[in-house]
Every structure is written in C-alpha cells, then in structure tokens.
Design a protein around this ligand. Structure first.
Ligand code: SF4
Length: 292
C-alpha cells in the first residue's frame, strides 16, 4: 500500500535543525554513551547532565567497565544529579549487558525494553539516536510539538494514548535515517522554540502549518502540570541523607544522620524508603552505608 505524502512540517523543521542543532556530545557517541545520556536526561536538564556524562564516559567507557564497579562508587559518581535510582538501574543494566549481550547495547526493541530502567521512551530513543532506526521517540518536548502542530492543543494529554501514537506513526518519516534525524530535530525544537511556557511562534519555521496557532492558541483544558515543591519534601530529605553517606568512607550513625535532617518523621520515612530501594544498607547497629 502506498504511503501518504510526507507532512509539510518535516522538511522545514529538518532545515531548522541543520542550522540550530546543539553540539551535544552524546549525539556523536557510542550506543553505550547514548544509553547513559538517556538515563541521565530523565527529568534533568541538559546543562546539569553535560559535565557528569563526560566524566562518566571517561571513567566507564563500556557497559562492562561499569558492571564491574561497586554500586557505592556508582552512587558516589552520580552525586547530586538527583533520582539516584537511575544510577542503581544503570548499573543493573550494565550487568545485564555484560552477562547477556556480550557487553554491547542491543539493537532490538524487546531486548532494550527488558533492561532495568528502560521503558518505551528510552528504548525508542536508543534505537533512533544510537542506531539510526525509525522509532517513535515521544518525550515531553516531542509530544508538545505534535499536540500543537497536528492536534491543535496547547499541551499533550497526561499519558500517551493509542490515537496519539497513530498520529505520530503517520507523521514520522518512513525512511530510517530521515526518521531518526526527525526524532532528534523535533525534540530539539520542542526544547528550544516550541517551549511549554513561551513558544517563539513569530520565529517559528512551521508556523503556517501549526493547527494550534490557526485555532487562536486555545488554552490547555487541564492547566499546566507543576512539579511538586522540592524544598522541605521527603525527596529532599532522601537527598540529604544519601549525600551524607556518599560523603563518608565509613558507615554513618543514626545520630549523625539526625543532624543532617532534624525532622524525625521525615528522616524515618526517608531512611525506610532508601533501604527499600536498596540505595543504602544497614551496617552494624544503628549505622548505615552505601551498598557494596
Ligand atoms: S507556531 Fe508556535 S506553537 Fe506552533 S509549532 Fe511553532 S512555536 Fe510551536
């Protein structure tokens, strides 16, 4: 069956990308470098990831090198990037790659999905950005651009629906290389131009094709989704306690941790959840440490 003609937004947006693409190092890296970047970029901005990614790849240039490092070293190297379970899962993924994939990142959707911490988005991103394959890379930025240009809505829905996937399926170029380039282009465009709060519509290369603008930019039905406050949260308590353990070469006593985070209820919840996540372990009576 003949495929429908390519959407008129593709060519101008690819031209825009040729001119404005940021020189991000993982775009010229190995599949392992791409996979590491995708773990780090989950919920974390590019400028915070850049220095850590570079140091990480110098220290652990292959999955096997990371798999052989102690988890405590991996958590220390992750430092203050946040959401430290990503570090733990990246280490677990490296172990699977070493033990089941001869130390390489597989070029296979199902095999990628089976890795710890790899979901639909990450598997699709690795296929596109590491292997130049056609796959629907639907992160927040991409979904916003598709929602506006094709769907005429200010923001995408809370979760990806079957109709949204069908829309993306029809929009993505058929050719592998062009599709992979398009995935990177639309993601960059959503991050730099078609942003959540202040899209640069006047300078937009696809404005004439934008359904949302044609409809007079109707406001989002649900309002914007805000990140929960970090200051004073249980998440911040976890971060402080974990930092105290990272900064110590010895197990840390509960009394010392009490000085790190004085609120006893929050401290108890944070310690319980860190233990449950396997990010810390008990080490003797009333003492805690990073796992080996
Ligand atoms: S016209 Fe505005 S809303 Fe539409 S794609 Fe361009 S930047 Fe985004």
């Amino acid at each position: 069956m003949a495929r429908a003609a390519e959407s008129p937004v593709i060519a101008p947006l690819l031209e825009w990308f040729d001119e404005h693409e940021r020189p991000l190092p993982w775009r010229r890296s190995t599949p392992w470098g791409v996979l590491v970047s995708e773990f780090m970029l989950q919920q974390t901005p590019v400028d915070r990831v850049l220095p850590l990614w570079t140091a990480w790849l110098e220290r652990w240039p292959t999955p096997t090198s990371l798999a052989e490092a102690p988890v405590a070293d991996v958590l220390r190297a992750w430092g203050r990037l946040g959401y430290p379970r990503r570090a733990q899962r990246l280490h677990a993924t490296a172990v699977v790659l070493r033990d089941q994939h001869e130390g390489a990142v597989p070029e296979d959707h199902q095999a990628l999905l089976a890795l710890p911490g790899v979901g639909e988005y990450t598997a699709a991103a690795v296929l596109a950005f590491a292997f130049g394959r056609r796959s629907l890379v639907l992160d927040t930025n991409v979904r916003r651009v598709v929602a506006r240009t094709v769907g005429g809505a200010a923001e995408p829905t809370a979760s990806i629906s079957a109709p949204e996937r069908a829309l993306a399926e029809a929009l993505w170029p058929a050719d592998d290389a062009r599709s992979a380039r398009w995935s990177a282009a639309v993601m960059e465009f959503g991050a730099l131009v078609c942003t959540a709060r202040s899209p640069s519509c006047l300078a937009c290369p696809i404005q004439e094709h934008c359904t949302w603008v044609a409809l007079g930019q109707p406001v989002a039905a649900t309002g914007s989704r805000r990140q929960p406050k970090y200051d004073g949260s249980d998440r911040q308590a976890r971060g402080h306690l974990l930092a105290a353990l990272r900064d110590s070469s010895e197990p840390v006593s509960a009394r010392t941790l009490a000085r790190t985070w004085p609120d006893a209820d929050q401290r108890r919840r944070a310690l319980t959840s860190l233990l449950a996540d396997g990010l810390i372990v008990r080490s003797g009576r009333g003492r805690f440490a990073l796992p080996d």
